[in-house]
Design a protein around this ligand. Structure first.
Ligand code: ATP
Ligand code: MG
Length: 739
């Protein structure tokens, strides 16, 4: 303790060091942390640290940030996923608030420069959000003195990797004095990554909690360290492995390759897990199940609530955010015994899993139509969720083998393997289009192809694939941007056109804007479905997949409403993609026509979380296209898309837009008010509180809060609470009330 106090005092002074230790509650520094400090991270040195999972990398970021804060600087912390950003926000706030520093989390809305963020000392964002803030020339950006890139190995992931690569390249060239701290899982080409960033590579091979990795086959786990552990054969590999963990008093985290598999695996272990619950746990879980059902009443949530009662849950992106956080919290509190997750849960999170079970090393790739192997990196990330310092003294990660031969294969290719080299993904044209446009539109120093190329010469792509390859890629994309009118050229000089500038700010793929513009030119008037089909066709949207049983219905619809849609393509593969866009457009149409959420879940075979993310993206694309239409001189399309984006945001018909502008009023309550004669804000102003309270779904306290809101915005504390609770509900669970 004295040792760590000495080290921290040296950098922060004794008073701050003591306070810091008070909140951190650590006894000594981990070797990872010592190594980072030794390499100069607290003396302003840029480093990229590659260290095993759970080795305490976050604290290094905390200390480095504090170093900057005490001398008047600011820190930006980048995370690849919103969920991880949220977890770090909690962690950072716990440390920095008592020291008097302000931490902000900013992950939403891509069309703003968030000037408010300037007031904070530590800003936590996703890579994508930081990229968009840079495009908006957020004024506070230049006061950032430390940038932390967590999970920096995502540079090697398709699409999202390229965003991070360009973001770091731009930060380096626009703000050369910023200190960079890259935190990474173990990677093979650390030196290459570090050298690209002008940082010192630091490699540590140490983990605070022992992680035993092994392969299960036929009644035994064969560990890499040579140990063998018998597992009583009862109901098959997965259930036996889970039972074995629970009997030892631990919790199990299972990774299944798909959502469907996660649900069925969770079902399979539920009977076995039930026996391990105490009276108290039964009660807590029953209450949690009720909370899940209260917030959503679709079939996904029902299935989840049922399983939760037996101490088991599944976890995937189709869950509503309420359900997801209930599951995570209960698992952390050790009330839930087993969580079966898709690999989206794997990056960076801290969960108490004594044993991680990975059921399959393959994953079905929907786009390619076949199974592909997961990477070693991904395996290590999943495995690394076991044995986290706060929770367990030792962890185990087990891959399930199906044959004796597979045991050897898995041992060699995953357990004993070292993670792959990280390769730049900047070759992707989709990312390049957007990055080139953004550079020309926002960087004053970029005036011609030469200066553009010089930025790209500083990318990892250029270092790995030769500067010529980078130049050729940039040239090709620049030509496209010139031909589509987002860039214009006079002599050697290149600039962004007005539309091009707006597209860069909106953070949409220029291809999305181009498709919008072509659509606006070809159509004077069109139906809502035509717009929705357009949205679903853009590369910024995801689409829902088409099942066999959907095809007849979709084709019938093509017969009856074909004139609202572009004609279907002949090509078989193209046709499949056309149908999935159509299905997505229809889902959105149901949503804005106020079809109930549980009905949509059933009809389209999606989870409530999918509806949420689809509508969020669609709202953003609709909004962006309305902005593009305005700048490009299509006022009518602009107005229509603007209304459409609001309807998508709230899931309502146009007549309810005024009512849903109130806090605490979502689609269901608004419909209820409307049907009871309160059709506008004016109607609400003139109504009595008593009349409002009588409307189903409103009640006395919300009625009072609404009145207060209408009378001048500043509600009293209690009313604000009621509204906040109601708006949480209106987004998440207002759908409960039938209409
Ligand atoms: N010096 C320390 N003493 C005790 N506990 C520590 C110390 N440093 C970190 N921890 C704890 O270790 C756990 C794991 O740390 P952290 O989340 O930083 O891991 P990580 O290295 O980022 O792993 P991953 O690669 O999985 O993201 C946290 O619960 C943290 O509170
Ligand atoms: Mg981490």
């Amino acid at each position: 303790m004295t040792e760590v106090l000495d080290v921290l005092s040296k950098y922060f002074g004794e008073e701050v060091a003591r306070k810091l230790l008070d909140v951190l509650k650590i006894e000594k520094l981990y070797p990872t942390q010592e190594a980072a400090i030794k390499s100069g991270v607290l003396d302003g040195e840029s480093i990229v640290l590659a260290a095993p999972t759970a080795s305490g990398k976050t604290l290094i970021a905390v200390l480095a940030a504090l170093r900057h804060l005490v001398s008047g600087g600011k820190a930006l912390y980048l995370a690849p996923l919103r969920a991880l950003a949220a977890e770090k926000y909690q962690e950072f706030r716990e440390v920095f608030s008592p020291l008097g520093y302000k931490v902000a989390l900013s992950t939403g809305d891509y069309d703003s420069s968030d000037p408010e963020l300037g007031k904070y000392d530590v800003i936590i964002t996703t890579n994508e959000k930081a990229d968009s803030l840079l495009r908006h020339k957020a004024p506070w950006f230049s006061s950032i003195s430390l940038v932390v890139a967590d999970e920096i190995h995502v540079v090697g992931l398709e699409k999202r990797g390229a965003v991070l690569e360009m973001l770091l390249t731009r930060i380096r060239s626009s703000f050369p004095n910023v200190q960079l701290l890259g935190l990474s899982a173990t990677v093979r080409n650390l030196e290459e990554i570090a050298s690209w960033l002008g940082a010192k590579p630091v490699r540590v091979d140490w983990r605070p909690v022992k992680l035993r990795e092994g392969v299960y086959y036929d009644g035994a786990i064969y560990f890499h360290d040579g140990g063998v552990k018998e597992v009583e054969p009862r109901e098959g590999a997965l259930v036996d492995l889970v039972l074995d963990t629970l009997e030892e008093g631990g919790q199990a985290l299972v990774f299944s390759p798909t959502r469907r598999a996660a649900v069925s695996d969770a079902r399979r272990v539920s009977a076995a897990a039930r026996k391990f619950l105490s009276e108290r746990e039964h009660r807590l879980l029953a209450a949690a199940a009720a909370r899940i059902l209260q917030s959503h009443s679709d079939k996904v949530s029902e299935e989840l609530a049922n399983l939760v009662k037996s101490g088991v849950a599944f976890h995937h992106a189709g869950l509503s955010s309420t359900s997801r956080s209930i599951v995570e919290q209960l698992f952390r509190e050790r009330v839930l015994k087993v969580v079966v997750a898709t690999p989206t849960l794997s990056a960076g999170v801290n969960l108490p899993a004594k044993r991680v079970v990975i059921t399959d090393y393959r994953r079905y790739n929907v786009e390619l139509g076949y199974h592909e192997r997961i990477s070693v990196m991904e395996y290590k990330q999943m495995a690394g969720r076991a044995g986290r310092p706060k929770y367990d003294l030792e962890g185990e990660a087990v891959l399930i083998a199906r044959t004796a031969r597979e045991v050897e294969f898995l041992m060699k290719e995953y357990v004993a393997a070292s993670p792959e080299r990280i390769f730049s993904q900047l070759g992707s044209e989709q990312v390049l289009r957007s990055q080139v446009l953004s550079l020309v539109a926002t960087e004053d120093s970029i005036k011609d192809e030469k200066s553009l190329k010089s930025v790209f010469s500083r990318t990892l792509f250029s270092a790995q694939f030769s500067p010529l390859a980078a130049e050729a890629a940039v040239e090709k994309v620049t030509r496209w941007l010139l031909s589509t009118g987002f860039l214009e050229r006079t002599g050697a000089r290149i600039r962004a056109t007005a539309v091009g500038k707006r597209v860069a700010e909106l953070y949409i793929d220029p291809m999305t804007a181009h498709m919008g513009l072509e659509f606006f030119k070809s159509k004077k008037r069109c139906s809502t479905l035509s717009y929705l089909f357009l949205l679903a066709s853009t590369p910024d949207m995801t689409t829902v997949s088409v099942r066999k049983e959907d095809i007849d219905k979709l084709e019938e619809l093509l017969q009856s409403r074909g004139e609202e849609l572009p004609s279907p393509p002949e090509d078989e593969v193209e046709y499949e993609w056309y149908l999935s866009r159509l299905k997505t457009a229809l889902l959105l149409e149901d949503w804005i026509n106020e079809v109930r959420e549980d009905v949509i879940v059933e009809r389209y075979d999606v989870g409530p979380g999918d509806i949420y993310s689809l509508t969020q993206t669609a709202e953003w694309v609709a909004y962006s296209l309305s902005q593009v239409a305005e700048v490009a001189g299509f006022p009518e399309h602009s107005a229509n898309l603007s209304i459409l984006s609001k309807r998508i945001k709230h899931g309502v018909r146009e007549e309810l837009l005024e009512l849903v502008s109130l806090r605490g009023i979502g689609r269901v309550r608004a419909r209820s008010l409307f049907n009871h004669g309160f059709k506008s804000l004016y109607d609400l102003v003139t109504a009595s509180e008593r009349d409002l309270a009588r409307v189903p779904g409103i009640g006395p306290s919300l009625a009072r809060a609404i009145k207060a809101q209408l009378q001048g915005g500043a509600e009293a504390g209690e009313e604000r609470e009621v509204l906040e609770e109601a708006s949480g509900q209106s987004q998440l669970d207002e759908y409960l009330y039938p209409h």
